[in-house]
Write a protein that binds this ligand. Structure first.
Ligand SMILES: [Zn+2]
Length: 443
């Protein structure tokens, strides 16, 4: 039996709990949290448990969640597309991403997934929602990412982006095949939804085919919406309505559906998101990098739209992404009173509620009976850390802290900053060889 106590940590269970337990402890049995409380109490209550992980001078938090990732973007690191630099978002897609994704091989897909999953483990991110594209090796590509997921030990919701870019409805067969696999296997580590690239690369006929499959498997959609102005112009010229209205009119919406970005949307579109209970995924670092604008997420959240937080492939470090959101919206609104609650809420409250609609286990909180997904952060606070001061610590100091130990489903994936089941050096060495070849193919 896998059982151990984590002792002496500053335990912050989150979820419905509103406490910070000093000298806190967790009793983990198999894949679940059996009990939690004060170390002195738990040690006395469970004398038979001899394995203890000491978390003294450390903070224990639930595993963090990334609600929008692109694992396949890994091999773009250090690559500069030939020719003049892209001057707008459409050119960024054409010069970089659509060349890179088309050139990916099956082995590239595996390695470009396992490397950021190591980064997830190193940064306390235990669940991700990914959006994948590899048109030249589409069939079976989600199985390669699932293989990397199971090898890494984290949890991932995977989808393939359906698009008409190369041929009508490309990715639909792979999407359905993987949804069938997930629904049959019922693994607590894998989930899926119906991925679509964006309104401007899919016809109505393709959307209808997507809808039939999503309804058959009772899943939501995961699609980019109004990331750049081109998506809006395309929808207005072809369908006489803006992208959110186009998608909502065709049933591509709802409480399990994720619209990434939503930068160029108007008030009417926000109201449609609210009415259909559709979720928005904010990716501030990526939006800044692509210079596409700032999503009005404070306004959306004020209206009651659920907004989650992703990285869009920029990193797997969620506290850093949350902090960028916090800073960006203060500057954008020229108001130093805003975003203090909203930025952490996206990460700590909304991301768990998003993935809890996809996975069969309850993620994002440390509670008895729940899965043992957590990270132990090297963070010894310089000022008092209690529930009232937690967000201040979380925004201003913890993005610089490092993770010592990461646990998913009770399995210790990293301890004392050492990965226990992955050979990072070997994996990175092979990734570098593959990336060199890949870059050669696209230049
Ligand atoms: Zn994206």
């Amino acid at each position: 039996m896998n059982e151990y106590l984590i002792t002496n940590g500053t335990l912050i269970p989150l979820g419905s709990s509103q406490e910070v337990i000093q000298k806190g402890a967790l009793y983990i049995k198999d894949d679940k949290i059996e009990d939690l409380g004060k170390t002195s109490d738990l040690v006395q209550k469970y004398p038979q448990v001899t394995k203890h992980l000491d978390a003294n001078k450390k903070v224990i938090l639930p595993g963090l969640i990334c609600a929008h990732h692109h694992l396949y973007s890994t091999m773009a690191r250090g690559f500069s597309p030939p020719g003049s630099p892209a001057s707008n978002f459409q050119e960024i897609l054409e010069k970089l991403w659509w060349k890179l994704d088309y050139a990916l091989s099956e082995e590239d897909v595996y390695y470009s997934a396992i490397i950021p999953m190591i980064e997830c483990i190193r940064n306390g991110t235990t669940t991700i929602v990914d959006h994948h594209a590899s048109p030249n090796c589409c069939d079976g590509s989600l199985d390669k990412i699932a293989e990397a997921t199971l090898d890494s030990g984290i949890r991932a919701s995977l989808c393939y982006e359906v698009t008409d870019r190369h041929k009508p409805g490309q990715g639909i067969i792979e999407s359905e095949r993987f949804l069938k696999r997930v629904s049959e296997e019922k693994s607590p580590f894998l989930a899926s939804c119906l991925g679509i690239h964006a309104s401007f690369t899919v016809s109505d006929e393709t959307l209808l085919r997507c809808r039939e499959i999503a309804e058959k498997y009772q899943v939501g959609y995961h699609i980019h919406v109004a990331e750049g102005p081109g998506d809006v112009a395309d929808s207005l010229s072809k369908y006489k309505v803006r992208p959110v209205e186009r998608l909502v009119n065709r049933g591509i919406c709802g409480e399990k559906t994720l619209f990434a970005h939503c930068i160029h949307i108007d008030e009417k579109e926000m109201d449609l998101l609210l009415q259909t209970k559709t979720t928005v995924l904010h990716n501030p670092e990526s939006n800044m990098n692509n210079a596409v604008g700032v999503a009005q997420i404070l306004k959306m959240m004020e209206k009651g739209i659920r907004v989650g937080l992703g990285t869009d492939g920029m990193s797997s470090h969620m506290p850093a992404q949350m902090r960028v959101a916090y800073l960006l919206h203060r500057l954008e609104n020229k108001d130093p009173r805003v975003a203090f609650l909203e930025a952490p809420k996206m990460l700590l409250e909304n991301n768990p509620s998003i993935v809890n609609q996809q996975f069969p286990v309850k993620l994002g909180a440390l509670e008895p009976g729940g899965p043992a997904d957590l990270a132990i952060w090297d963070y010894c606070p310089a000022t008092n850390l209690d529930f009232n001061s937690f967000l201040g610590h979380f925004i201003f100091a913890m993005p610089q802290a490092t993770v010592d130990t990461t646990i998913v489903g009770g399995k210790i994936l990293m301890q004392n900053k050492k990965l226990l089941s992955l050979d990072e050096e070997r994996l990175c060495a092979r990734s570098r060889e593959l990336a060199t070849e890949l870059h050669r193919r696209i230049t």
